[in-house]
Design a protein around this ligand. Structure first.
Ligand code: GAP
Length: 446
């Protein structure tokens, strides 16, 4: 399916529209754009970074702050290279690639449609498939040789496993308990694309839950359901969400069972998050490679065992893409087209925009005072440029749930209009009641 066609009832050509809206409104830019960009790395602009922070905060609140049995960690991106031998990534984190002998471009064999090179057009020039490791590497210290090679982590999970004992002992947690982390991961993807769907530098939100081996299936089911509920709670259309169970040929080298939460993107059903039963694979391997005991002593039974791990692994950027794609709406209002992002108010980068109806009669001064007062409570954008209609449209595209306008009546009775992004309904509210009114609206939407 091309970007022009659209699965899931999305507007036609959605990916291109999202890419241009993201640039136009300051959500997402191509990295190093003035130099022509760099492959599949993106920068978040003023609205993008707010949206990303709001998703990150929602995840952290759900997975750490609301749970006495989950602790947070923020581990280094660079780790001892033995970590990646133990984890199986040096050996197993590979894609089989073929190379065109004519233009030397590499492709995943499974992506090819025949014997013709998609880059140079020559036929029959492909080599036999060879394994290509997806980990980026660099050198630590002044000497650049094999002994100084370190990797940029391809998943955040290993920073959790190597800290298992530190955290269990210092936080005095008992199994079952979890450790959560949000952070950057890097993969030298061969076929990146679809905007921020597959990137080479991205962020993961991962939680590893350590359980008794006999309780793995039960906890797997619990986390599978909890994670789907969380995604739905972001306001994502339920009909565009489903589970996909990994068959034996899809399972990662560490997984016994794996389910993806998939979203129906315009380009089809694709993974946004994985829930994996990683058994005792990782802790056992780190115990073996480090020579340090990673067993858990159960004070109740007196047993020692290596816990099994139920992992929930979501992409922050990919979740953000889901939120954007799902919120993007085109509609006709009184013969005019409008584009809006129906973002959940909790996630919206700007909660309220404040406008003077016109730039005279003291309205800007009142509007600036209102904006400054609200800024103590929520994110606010002040705008006096252009017609009021254009200002509303700009905020619709930014996903701002409430627009507050200071007009002639304000100067008489200290009331303003509050316009709802989705229903377009306007109500008059007294300025001194505005902070409480907005809080109530935002809480009602949460
Ligand atoms: N620790 C397990 C793990 O990393 P994964 O299925 O490879 O599992 C988990 O990745 C999630 O990370 C994916 O569901 C996706 O949301 C995100 N992700 C993986 N590769 C990505 C990429 N190249 N670009 C953006 N997000 C990616």
């Amino acid at each position: 399916m091309t970007n022009g066609e659209s699965a899931g009832g999305h507007p036609p050509d959605l990916m291109n529209k999202l890419t241009s809206l993201s640039k136009r409104r300051g959500f997402i830019f191509q990295s190093s754009e003035i130099y022509g960009g760099v492959g599949s790395v993106y920068d978040y602009g003023p609205l993008g970074v707010e949206l990303k922070n709001n998703i990150r905060a929602a995840w952290w609140q759900e997975m750490v702050h609301r749970r006495p049995d989950v602790e947070g960690v923020d581990a280094g991106i660079l780790m001892n290279p033995r970590v990646w031998e133990a984890s199986g990534h040096v050996e197993g984190f590979t894609d089989p690639l073929v190379e065109c002998r004519n233009c030397h471009r590499r492709f995943r064999a499974e992506d090819l449609d025949g014997v013709q090179c998609p880059s140079c057009g020559m036929s029959g020039t492909f080599t036999e498939p060879r394994q290509f490791n997806l980990m980026f590497h660099t050198f630590m210290g002044p000497v650049q040789d094999e002994a100084s090679t370190v990797y940029l982590r391809p998943e955040t999970a290993q920073g959790i496993y190597v800290n298992f004992r530190n955290i269990q002992e210092t936080a005095r947690q008992k199994v079952p308990f979890g450790i959560a982390q949000i952070g950057k991961a890097f993969r030298n993807e061969i076929t990146p694309g679809n905007f921020i769907f597959r990137m080479r530098e991205f962020e993961q939100m991962e939680m590893q839950y350590f359980v008794e081996p006999s309780a793995d299936a039960e906890w797997f089911e619990t986390w599978k359901q909890r994670r789907m509920e969380w995604v739905r709670g972001l306001g994502v259309t339920p009909e565009r969400l489903r589970f996909h169970e990994h068959g034996p040929d899809e399972l990662a080298h560490y997984a016994k069972t794996a389910f993806d939460i998939q979203y129906l993107f315009p380009f089809g059903w694709q993974e946004i998050e994985g829930i994996h039963n990683r058994t005792d694979f990782d802790l056992s391997r780190h115990q073996e490679y480090s020579g340090k005991k990673l067993e858990y002593f159960d004070p109740a039974s007196g047993d020692r065992f290596i816990p099994f791990v139920i992992e929930t692994s979501a992409g922050l950027d990919r979740t953000l893409l889901v939120v954007l794609a799902d919120a993007y709406t085109e509609e006709e209002i009184e013969g005019e087209q409008r584009v809006l992002l129906r973002l959940h108010p909790r996630l919206a980068p700007i909660k309220a925009a404040v406008f003077p109806l016109v730039k005279k009669d003291g309205m800007p001064d009142v509007a600036k005072r209102v904006a400054d007062e609200l800024r103590e409570e929520v994110t606010v954008f002040y705008d006096e440029a252009g017609s009021i209609g254009r200002r509303y449209r700009r905020q619709d595209e930014a996903g701002t749930p409430y627009c507050i306008t200071i007009d002639g009546q304000t100067l008489e009775d200290e009331t303003v209009t509050v316009r709802d992004r989705d229903s377009l309904q306007q109500e008059r509210v007294a300025i001194d009641r505005l902070p409480g009114h907005l809080q109530a609206l935002l809480e009602a939407a949460a």
